[in-house]
Design a protein around this ligand. Structure first.
Ligand SMILES: [Zn+2]
Length: 313
């Protein structure tokens, strides 16, 4: 009994908040930046199994969030964006481990039979193996650049097609390229999704925004141990809230619940810097002309992280 107790304490110490993984392509070495070879996928799944992680359907995590319940730290959900045909290379491994998964469908690519994408029939057949089919837009747009009306049309067209071909509506949405701003988020919410996912490395706990859930990007020889060590950092982003109109980032102002005195701040094209934390506040003066359409700002305190993505409209 004592042994069992010690064993349990030892195990629980390993876990750090729930996580959602995002994959793209499988065993397709033409695209190393988005691909996971089957040999690596097997190692990753064995790692999850051997370390007592519980791979749950994404819905299980969302249900906990919707009812404001704590999410078990050992829970992991697996998502796959776009619906590339190469998923079929990995299906046997998912079946072997009996791991549920959610595929976010890029409707136009499937409808127009782009050669790299699964057909509607192939997608539908995955429901039998614990796959849930979700939505990743009609035309995979850079959403922040569209007018509200054009963006709504993308949703309407894609969802109608999805419903016709799959036979039911999706529950979840993932932002194409992980790009969004408040307007895009609000438009997406109008379509009734029960959760929306981004593409920022991080964890999920009961304080997470259900319309902005972090996902750990898994590519190549990804180190799951390091990725799964991420914890949620509760943070209120006062500045920047959106992409600066003149493209000049001048200030970062974040309020956290942390009592740490030091943090690390990452800004695309600048890299990591050490910053001070005073009474939970981070106030940094920055002088940066943002060259990228999409800038990612990450605040890390220890293994806790909060990310803000700002995208030019
Ligand atoms: Zn995508």
């Amino acid at each position: 009994m004592k042994f069992l107790l010690l064993f349990c304490v030892g195990i629980s110490y390993l876990f750090a908040d729930a996580h959602v993984l995002i994959y793209h392509r499988f065993n397709d070495d033409r695209y190393p930046s988005t691909n996971t070879p089957n040999s690596e996928l097997k190692k990753q799944f064995a790692y999850l199994k051997d370390n007592n992680y519980t791979v749950v359907p994404l819905k299980a995590i969302v249900d906990k969030l919707s009812t404001n319940e704590s999410i078990p730290d050992e829970w992991v959900a697996i998502t796959i964006d776009d619906g590339y045909k190469s998923f079929l290379n990995a299906l046997e491994i998912f079946k072997e481990f009996k791991y549920p998964f959610s595929i976010f469908v890029y409707a136009k690519a499937t409808e127009q039979k782009y050669s790299d994408f699964m057909t509607w029939e192939e997608l539908k057949s995955l429901e039998e193996f614990g796959g849930s089919l979700e939505f990743h837009s009609y035309a995979h747009p850079h959403s922040t650049r569209l007018s509200e009306k054009t963006l709504q049309e993308d949703f309407k067209k894609g969802l109608e097609l999805f419903n016709n071909k799959i036979g039911h509506m999706p529950s979840f949405y993932s932002y194409p390229y992980g790009e969004f701003n408040e307007n895009v988020k609000n438009t997406a919410k109008e379509f009734g999704f029960s959760a929306i996912l981004n593409q920022n490395n991080g964890a999920v706990d009961k304080t997470s925004d259900i319309y902005d859930l972090d996902r750990l990007a898994v590519v190549g020889k990804a180190d799951l141990k390091t990725l799964l060590n991420f914890e949620v950092l509760e943070a209120q982003w006062n500045e920047p809230k959106s992409f600066p109109k003149d493209g000049n980032l001048t200030k970062v102002n974040i309020k956290t619940t942390s009592n740490a005195t030091k943090a690390k701040l990452y800004i695309t094209n600048i890299g990591w810097m050490d910053v001070k934390v005073k009474n939970g506040m981070i106030e940094e003066t920055i002088e940066e002309k943002l060259a990228n359409q999409r800038t990612r700002i990450i605040l890390k305190i220890g293994n806790k992280a909060s990310t803000k993505i700002i995208v030019k409209d």
